[in-house]
Each structure stands twice: as C-alpha cells, then as structure tokens.
Design a protein around this ligand. Structure first.
Ligand code: SF4
Length: 74
C-alpha cells in the first residue's frame, strides 16, 4: 500500500499559490485559479515536500493522511 494520501478541500482554496511555491513537484495551479495535486498517494520520499505545501496553505485546505494507521498528519 502507498503510505500517505492527500485530502484536498478544493472548495476552500483561494489560489494563494503557497503550495505550488513549496512543492511544485506535486502541486500546480489550474485555469480556474485553484491548485490541484498531481499525485494523490505517495511514500516517504515525497512526504516532506507535501507537508511543506500543506503547512504553507493559508486556509488549511491540504491534509495528509497516514494510510497505515489513519493518522491525520496535518
Ligand atoms: S496554498 Fe492553499 S489556498 Fe493557496 S493555492 Fe494552495 S491549496 Fe489553494
């Protein structure tokens, strides 16, 4: 099983771009002015990048779940 999963509350996104600035390998801005992830599930090698994106989001729209124990990391 892939270890982590993103839960993205896209309706909350205000297009601040912070996630894109912090983790452009997995977050990109779309034509609607909102962000979107490229990959929903990932392993340890991409955790730091996605955590930085989630921490930077001013409206806390990005959440990361550990799928092994269902812990919500952010
Ligand atoms: S940082 Fe948050 S509000 Fe800004 S684009 Fe990313 S998800 Fe949207």
């Amino acid at each position: 099983m892939v270890k982590y999963k993103i839960e993205f509350e896209k309706d909350k996104c205000i297009g601040a771009r912070s996630c894109n600035d912090k983790c452009s390998s997995n977050w990109e801005m779309k034509e609607d002015g909102k962000s979107e992830y490229k990959i929903e599930e990932f392993d340890d090698d991409q955790l730091e990048c996605n955590m930085n994106a989630a921490k930077a989001c001013p409206v806390k729209a990005i959440h990361i779940i550990n799928q092994e124990n269902k812990e919500k990391l952010i």
